[in-house]
Design a protein around this ligand. Sequence first.
Ligand code: RAT
Ligand code: ZN
Length: 437
Amino acid sequence: MIRVMHNHAVTTDLLTDANELRQQIDRVVASTPVIDVHTHIFPPEFGGICLFGIDDLLNYHYLIAETFRSTRISYAGFWKMSKTERADLIWKTLFVENTPLSEAARGIVSVLDAFGLDARAPSLKEARAFFKSRNLPDHLDRVLEIARVSDIVMTNDPFHKAEANAWKNGGHSDARFHASLRLDTLLNDWPAAARTLAHMGLPVNAGFGGNTASELRRFLDNWISIMQPLYFAVSLAEDFKFPNDDARDRLIREVVLPTAREHGLVLTLMVGVRRGVNPALRAAGDGVGKADVTALERLCSENPDVRFLATFLSRENQHELCVAARKFNNLMPFGCWWFLNNPSIVSEITRERLELLGPSFIPQHSDARVLEQLIYKWRHSGELIANALCESYERLLKSGRAVTRNEITRDVSRMFSGNFREWVGLKSSAARIKAVS
Ligand code: RAT
Ligand code: ZN
């Protein structure tokens, strides 16, 4: 380390030694709180939809798909089993009879390790007893502390009955959990959404007759006042087009964008999922497709006063997304989504983004569905992000520009929370985690 006195009398600590640089990056990444910008987890007050513990962890759809590759059980036979029986089968298949080499399977090992549980155990007896002994609110605090997550953004679907009831019964009071208003039902299955809304007494119809658009805006206004979401979100198939001659196009133009504008809400697009490629696998049955990034470019270009968050599921779309973000500063790329959340691909995408966008992107989200997944998703991603950053700073050093620890802290904070906070206008931090230096 070199201490340099600048002529304006500020002392800076330049990290000119590669080993020291590496250590500082690791320390900063491991101690910087992160905002998890897209998850499917809920606070304990939401009851049964708040998933946690070993049985929910093993019943993760990523692991269900993998189990079918190593056992001959029929789909019907599998779904007939109870959650506990399925967890036992998944454990036996992926962890006892096979080595848990996949990313999702290794995730379970990381979670067990974090709690000192035996990842080679022949059964789930010990793990079940451990999670059963936990007091959920304390356990939640501990998980967030281990994962270094300060804030969580949920996925909130007003068409989901259990969830809508939870909101109507008072919602929750945990300031670490933030809502995002999910629009999949409305935008991807308009005839069904129109029927459901009409059934609820809203004067809307699938042909957009009468005041359908203004009624839908009222419906969204109402949910915005209930949930106070940070953004609107929708997942889209690989064939998403904009502009297009369909109901979704009308809904986006006449309902979603005007409402987003009025409330200052960001619109999040998650593009490239092919739903129900194998419906027998249920939630595990979705696939991936290469999408057309020009649809997103058109949205950004036609709506310069709206901010967009975007992630694509196909590896092939990642470079185009970076280039689109260079053209439109109302576009924020985020996360390595779902089938991309594997070490080789996260490394590649993060490096690509650093090279094309500097620190002006959100490197990762967890997509956790089960509380303790936060531990492994962030532990694994953190290491990969630190590696990618290290490479960038080392290159910079070789080119003649060393960085300081403060600069590393500034960059990591920006990527882990600042970019999102600024994008959605999240002012106060709910952070209960003190950054450890
Ligand atoms: O990554 C996942 O867990 C998927 O099942 C989806 O939830 C996806 O993230 C989505 O939000 O649609
Ligand atoms: Zn998701």
